[in-house]
Design a protein around this ligand. Structure first.
Ligand code: SF4
Length: 322
């Protein structure tokens, strides 16, 4: 499977008056065509920072300080903002932002908001062609094209999320980032939205990054997953292998804290402690204050990114070779 996106040692900091916030550090993964990667972790672990870095949408105090982001083989970190805006954002990589209920502008018709990206990125396209594309996008996401003239308040939450997905696909991107796509949706609508994302990914052979704090969403939708903790990837690999045999103590803790509807009833175990402040993260392994396996070396030295088996990586001293 050819990689549409390769992220290598991505490191992004935010400058604050109290010092740099180390929001994402040495993040490495890739996404193939027609493949979905789930990025999972607690709030503030750096998932959204990774997405904003890929899209060059970081706030003014955010900066990529190290690493490469190769989109279709080209390092987009080095691309000038103007070129990125014209050639990559929306046409190559697009995003479905979180919060379907308020991501649409309430005073513009939904169809006009979907067509705006097409008008900006393909200025030579005629009005009739744009309307035709919008109608096809509506059909693709399961909306009646006749509803293009409606305002957002005339749409339900699920319809608004579908409209946002249509908008993200307006310029035929090769990579779609979906940030918490099921926030504020009830379980039935959330399940329909996930099914739609899966279908679209397969139909259009899209690469996809799905950001979520919910392991079940990733298990249902993605082929690969990366578990983030305190700005770093703790573990990365195939979804099934990770669920069956989680390697990192943090992943093990997350999975044990997750209820199962099959098998014997077991007591759920929560992870003690709280995530660290990224202004001043712990020395060595960032998980050591919460880890029941912590050793002396974990406090002193940051673990490397071990390739434990084919396609599976973990950042933990328990897997040190030899
Ligand atoms: Fe726990 Fe040490 Fe592994 Fe960190 S490196 S997860 S502290 S065993």
């Amino acid at each position: 499977m050819s990689a549409v996106l390769q992220v290598e040692n991505l490191t992004t900091f935010y400058t604050t008056l109290r010092g740099p916030v180390r929001a994402a550090e040495n993040v490495t993964f890739n996404v193939g065509k027609g493949e979905a990667l789930g990025l999972v972790g607690e709030s503030g672990c750096g998932k959204t920072t990774v997405a904003l870095s890929i899209l060059k949408l970081l706030p003014s105090n955010g900066k990529i300080v190290r690493g490469k982001i190769l989109f279709e083989g080209k390092d987009i970190v080095k691309i000038k903002d103007k070129e990125f805006r014209q050639e990559i954002r929306w046409k190559g990589i697009s995003i479905v932002f979180q919060g379907a209920m308020n991501a649409l502008n309430p005073v513009f018709k939904v169809g006009d908001q979907v067509s705006e990206a097409i008008k900006i990125h393909e200025p030579r396209m005629k009005k009739e062609e744009i309307n035709e594309r919008v109608a096809k996008l509506f059909e693709l996401v399961g909306l009646d094209p006749g509803r293009a003239d409606n305002y957002p308040h005339e749409f339900s939450g699920g319809m608004r999320q579908r409209a946002l997905i249509a908008m993200s696909l307006a310029c035929n991107p090769a990579l779609l980032i979906s940030d918490e796509p099921c926030t504020a949706l009830d379980v039935i609508v959330a399940s329909q939205v996930l099914k739609l994302l899966r279908e679209i990914k397969e139909k259009l052979n899209l690469g996809m990054i799905l950001i979520s704090h919910d392991l079940s969403i990733v298990a249902e939708t993605c082929e690969k997953m990366g578990i983030m903790y305190a700005g770093m990837l703790a573990e990365y690999g195939n979804v099934m292998d990770t669920f069956k045999k989680p390697l990192h103590p943090y992943t093990q803790g997350l999975i044990s804290a997750f209820p199962s509807i099959k098998g014997e009833r077991t007591r759920m175990v929560s992870i003690p402690g709280i995530p660290p402040d990224l202004l001043n993260p712990p020395t060595g392994c960032r998980f050591h204050p919460r880890c029941k396996y912590a050793m002396d070396i974990c406090i002193k030295k940051e673990p490397s990114w071990w390739n434990v088996e084919k396609g599976r990586y973990v950042r933990c001293w328990l897997y040190e070779k030899g």
